[in-house]
Design a protein around this ligand. Structure first.
Ligand SMILES: Nc1nc2c(ncn2[C@@H]2O[C@H](COP(=O)(O)OP(=O)(O)OP(=O)(O)O)[C@@H](O)[C@H]2O)c(=O)[nH]1
Length: 226
């Protein structure tokens, strides 16, 4: 069993002052560890998604872009196995792309976000998938997330558009809201479950499908908030 860094599991690598809540020291034990990267255009809500998952809070107020890359750890329980997710929050701005690209090859899973109220962020998803194809490991777990699903009146990307794109690239998809918490835990849990299954699955076991799992579990817009 591994152990988290005793001197504070989370630290900022190169974040020039983006607002962050207080961080707690963590010495939680775990059975396996995986790296998850959050990627997507600037402003789609990567930092907010991570903070919602890690702290259960929403960072409101003025938007301050991530500088470089930052990570935080969270240990989740997947059917009795403690999976440590080391979650890398990358800067969406173009000028940091060469830094973030360098981290792709170590990632076990990628959460690729767009903002349902921002068409350009959706149109850029194909380019992000191209980057993944070029720089990430072949067996990386990819999930497409349409974030800010709470912004119903500003929405310009329909759920079906996200689903269609995800089907085209054969990746799992769901809509999330870092503001309400909708599907946020599920996105990370689905990834943790897939990574655990990959590691522990016997050749005779049925293959785990992230898409089937999220389709069973996901909440629809307007259904729930936390
Ligand atoms: N309504 C709503 N606003 C959100 C949501 N997620 C993030 N935001 C807002 O969107 C803005 C950008 O959020 P960030 O999490 O900083 O975006 P980012 O993707 O990390 O941006 P970069 O660091 O530049 O790559 C902030 O003003 C957030 O409050 C959401 O789910 N719903």
């Amino acid at each position: 069993m591994g152990k988290d860094r005793p001197n504070g599991a989370d630290f900022s690598v190169q974040n020039g002052g983006k607002r962050q809540p207080n961080r707690q020291m963590s010495t939680e034990l775990y059975d396996m560890a995986s790296k998850v990267m959050l990627i997507g255009d600037s402003g789609v809500g990567k930092t907010c998604l991570l903070v919602r998952f890690k702290d259960g809070a929403f960072l409101s107020g003025s938007f301050i872009s991530t500088v470089g890359i930052d990570f935080r750890n969270k240990v989740v329980d997947v059917e009795g196995t403690k999976v440590k997710l080391q979650i890398w929050d990358t800067a969406g701005q173009e000028r940091f792309r060469s830094i973030t690209r360098a981290y792709y090859r170590d990632a076990n899973a990628l959460l690729l976000l767009y903002d349902v109220s921002n068409k350009a962020s959706f149109d850029n998803i194909r380019a992000w998938l191209g980057e993944i194809n070029e720089y990430a490991q072949e067996d990386v777990v990819i999930m497409l997330l349409g974030n800010k699903a709470d912004m119903t009146s500003e929405r310009v990307i329909r759920t079906e558009d996200g689903e269609r794109l995800a089907n085209e690239y054969n990746v799992a998809f769901m809509e999330t809201s870092a503001k309400t918490g909708m599907n946020v835990d599920l996105a990370f849990m689905a990834v943790a479950k897939d990574l655990k299954m990959k590691k522990t699955r016997k050749p005779t076991d049925p293959k785990f499908s992230v898409t089937d799992y999220v389709n069973q579990e996901k909440q629809s817009v307007g259904c729930c908030s936390s």
